[in-house]
Design a protein around this ligand. Structure first.
Ligand SMILES: *Cc1c(COP(=O)(O)O)cnc(C)c1O
Length: 396
């Protein structure tokens, strides 16, 4: 018995739902790569990336996922054997650090947790103690998609400047670009990394870098550059160089449409929509949490991402039957927990192409599963989400 025939709700934190207009834009024949109207499309993407990263720096498009974006950022700016400081706040900064390690860099992890944002004071203290200037770059994520922590990029950028240290500040915005404010230049970020398939609502397959002036200067003498990732080659005049080969045409068609949708909505409105959906999700989970079986992973509301919410279950309960119920009975796909939290909870994504009814659908399926599986939960979680939005989304 099930009630699953109907639209699938993909509520995982990436890849996210691709809007129909984006799918339609991708559904067209391949075009001549030397066609005159192609370079302006690339320029359009590069400019949109500057706009959403809030930077005047160079932007780059790679045919890769986020992991490729990580490798691009490091290989363009670092010298073999140099040290990077990794600011732990869950899984992903450490994953980036592991790449640095494999690439021949030395890594130091500034220990953090899956429950708290990076502490700017700890970053400042560590950099002040590095009197020989061994640390050449600091790696952080804006949103850790495993823990659902939101780091304060502005505050960490200030801490780095106050320390007087000249390490590059590199930030992974893969799960945050398009969902919340990111001001690369104003916040002192030297390199930003992102990807197409989360807040940007496009197919997986594109990674992005943005490089500020200090990163560009380091790039001149960096000795880990390789042909494909090399920023300099990609800033050449010939369109072919922008992709170091054949452009990923259909991904470009799709992403251009995504930016069109985002620009139509407007940056502030998109960020506000994400804040509202996140607030509704927290209100719902806090209601469920009253019965003691589950809880929000991030305690401080100001440290919670508006893109994704990690919900933990106490050890006597397994998330597996609940997620299976949502999937098999309702066709709602809820994210598993990963990294250190694997097997202990679930993740509700509310990023990208997501509105109130989609969120209600996902929360409703979860509440139905909690009920059907007799997992103790405070009643009325979805009602609390509705109440939250009704209180905050005023009739005009
Ligand atoms: C998804 C994600 C990644 C990895 O991106 P891929 O496209 O899967 O390689 C890296 N960092 C963060 C914060 C992410 O959310």
């Amino acid at each position: 018995m099930s009630v699953r025939t109907g639209r699938q709700f993909l509520s995982i934190p990436g890849p996210t739902t691709v809007p129909e207009p984006v799918l339609t834009a991708m559904s067209q024949p391949a075009i001549d790569i030397y066609q005159a109207d192609f370079p302006p499309r690339t320029d359009g993407l590069l400019k949109n990336l500057q706009k959403w990263f809030c930077t005047k720096g160079h932007t780059f498009i790679y045919i890769a996922n986020g992991h490729g974006g990580w490798e691009a950022a490091l290989s363009n700016t670092m010298n073999r054997g140099e040290k990077v400081l990794v600011l732990e706040s869950g899984l992903f900064a450490n994953g980036w650090g592991a790449y640095a390690d494999e690439m021949g860099l030395e890594i130091e992890i500034l220990p953090g947790s899956y429950r708290d944002a990076v502490d700017p004071a700890a970053v400042k203290a560590r950099l002040e103690a590095d009197t020989d200037g061994e640390i050449k770059a600091v790696l952080m994520v804006q949103v850790d998609t495993a823990s659902s922590i939101k780091n304060d990029v502005q505050a960490v950028g200030e801490a780095i400047r106050e320390s007087g240290h000249d390490a590059l500040f590199m930030v992974d915005t893969i799960a945050s670009l398009g969902t919340m404010e990111f001001k690369m230049d104003e916040w002192g970020v030297d390199v930003a990394v992102s990807a197409s398939q989360k807040g940007l609502m496009s197919s997986p397959g594109l990674a992005f870098n943005a490089a500020g002036p200090r990163a560009w200067e380091r790039h001149q003498t960096a000795n880990m550059k390789t042909g494909y990732w090399d920023w300099t080659f990609r800033t050449g005049d010939i369109h072919y160089q922008k992709y170091a080969g054949t452009p990923p045409e259909h991904l470009i068609f799709g992403l251009l449409k995504s930016f069109e949708l985002l620009n139509e909505e407007g940056m502030e409105a998109a960020f506000e929509r994400h804040r509202l959906l996140a607030g509704a999700t927290w209100a719902c989970v806090e209601k469920w949490a009253e019965a003691g079986a589950l809880y929000l992973n991030i305690q401080k509301p100001e440290e919670r991402a508006s893109a994704v919410t990690t919900v933990m279950m106490h050890d006597t309960y397994s998330p597996e039957p609940l997620l299976a119920y949502c999937r098999d009975k309702c066709n709602v796909i809820v994210g598993i927990t990963i990294g250190a939290l694997e097997g202990h909870g679930f993740r509700i994504a509310h990023m990208g192409y997501a509105n109130a009814p989609m969120l209600f659908g996902t929360l409703g399926a979860l509440e139905m599963g909690l009920q059907a599986l007799n997992i103790p939960h405070g009643k009325g979680g979805v009602q609390a989400a509705i109440q939250y939005l009704a209180d905050n989304v005023k009739a005009d």
